[in-house]
Structures are given as C-alpha cells and as structure tokens.
Design a protein around this ligand. Structure first.
Ligand SMILES: O=C(O)COP(=O)(O)O
Ligand SMILES: [Mg+2]
Length: 254
C-alpha cells in the first residue's frame, strides 16, 4: 500500500495504544462500506482487502443474502467465514455448512402478511432469503414498527439498512453473529475491529473491541462507533485499515 498521508496521522496516534494488544481480525459491512453510494465496489476498499486479507482474517458481515455475500468473499479473496442476512446466517468457511439462526421464523411470516395488508412494498430476493425479509424503502419505517409492535409481535424487529428495510429476528444481528464467528475462530469478539455505515452495524460495533463508522454513516450510527472516519465509503474502509496498520494495531501474518 502507498505511504499513509498526513491527514491520517491523528488517527494513527489515537490507535497507537492498541499496539500493546493488537487486533486479530477485521469484520466489515459490505454496502456503503466496501461500496460507493451506487453500490459499485470501491477501488480503494478492493485494494485494501486484497492487501490485508492475506495477512489477517477479514469477515464480511452483510444484510445481503448468503449467495451474494459468499460470492463477494470469493472475488475479494477474503477466505474467511461470512455473515449474511444481518446475522441470520453464518457460513464458517466457503464450502462449509451454514449456521441458520431462525427460531423467530413463524412470527416473521405472520408479520410480513400484516405489513402487506397496510403498506405497498416490493420484497427483494425472496427466493434466496432464509431468515430475513428485505423490502423496498417505500413505506414509513416508524409506522411499520408501530404496527409490528402493536400487533403483539415480540420476536422480530425492523431495521433500516439504508439500501433496504429488513424484517429481522430481534435477538439476531451482526453482533450476535460476530460472537458465533469469534467462537469458530477461537478468539474473543473483543479481538475484532468492526467497520460499517448503517443501523444494522450498530450491534457489531458494540460487540467488537474497536469500531469505525465510515464518513458517510448517518449521525446516529456515528455516535455508536468508537472512531468516525474522515473518508467516506470504501476510502473510509481503506483509511481504517491503513491507520491501524501504521499504528501497529493489527496482528498481521508475515
Ligand atoms: O442489505 C442491505 O440492505 C445492506 O447491506 P449491508 O449490510 O452489506 O450494508
Ligand atoms: Mg451497509
């Protein structure tokens, strides 16, 4: 990677104390973190993943389907477990058997019927989703939330992941999935650095040892992260990795 520029130096200084106890793995969101606003893969993020995935596990954690997330892990050569459907699915290794967290499914299937009675929306990838229902941002999220809780559904909630709205299990998220991945890798969630951009990243921010929000994250998401990056989208992701490396805060394979 090229030399770190001057604007990173303050961030590097903040990260220096972590040199004593370097992080063992990275967990990153995909949309809005490795991609640009139009969802195209960000060149600086692509380069950073290529450079670092050989040296430290990079776990992709997405609200997208397993099929999508697994394929992204192949083309980015992360060669590590992946998290899909906002934590509903954990794939321990590329050709492994998925762990499916879906105890709330009966309630979710009832809730989507109730939502359909009150709102117009398009369901995404229904043929491919097992634990999470994703739909278009054509409904009022607050009204939908009130309808769901007012209808007595206690096991599910609604999260706005910026690119889609998701009906998810209340006790299943990228943070709970991070704990499952940590167990698979035999390390603590606190050994992870988390990087993300949206509401569906907040639980993994809390679960990880250190969290970064990319500069494009909304304020309520930035507030939940330990560090807010100056750079947006994939340039923010690259900024996080470069500054961690520069500070010696990552345990990298030679
Ligand atoms: O599926 C979405 O809505 C967003 O996906 P992400 O979690 O990779 O940002
Ligand atoms: Mg995102």
């Amino acid at each position: 990677m090229s030399e770190i520029s001057k604007e990173y130096s303050e961030l590097v200084t903040r990260l220096l104390p972590h040199r004593e106890n370097p992080f063992l793995a990275i967990i990153s969101d995909i949309d809005g973190t490795l991609t640009e606003d139009d969802r195209s893969l960000s060149p600086p993020a692509f380069q950073a993943v290529l450079d670092y995935a050989k040296k430290i596990p990079i776990i992709l954690a997405s609200g997208n389907t397993l099929c999508f997330t697994r394929t992204v892990s192949k083309v980015l050569r992360t060669n590590a477990p992946v998290i899909a459907e906002n934590g509903g699915i954990v794939l321990p290794e590329y050709d492994g058997t998925p762990i499916v967290n879906d105890s709330f499914l009966p309630e979710m299937n009832q809730a989507i019927m109730v939502l359909k009675e009150h709102f117009e929306f398009e369901i995404f990838d229904s043929y491919d989703r097992k634990t999470d229902i994703a739909f278009s941002k054509t409904l009022d999220v607050e009204k939908a939330r009130n309808l769901i809780s007012g209808s007595g559904f206690s096991e599910i909630s609604i999260v706005d992941a910026k690119y889609a709205i998701h009906l998810v299990g209340k006790k299943v998220n990228k943070g709970t999935a991070l704990s499952q991945v940590a167990e698979i890798l035999g390390i603590s969630p606190k050994n992870f650095v988390a990087i993300g951009d949206s509401a569906n990243d907040i639980e993994m921010f809390h679960e990880a040892g250190l969290s970064f929000a990319v500069g494009n994250a909304p304020d309520f998401v930035k507030k939940e992260a330990d560090i807010v990056l100056e750079e947006k989208f994939g340039a923010g992701f690259a900024q996080a990795l470069l500054s961690l490396d520069k500070a010696g805060a990552l345990k990298l394979k030679k």
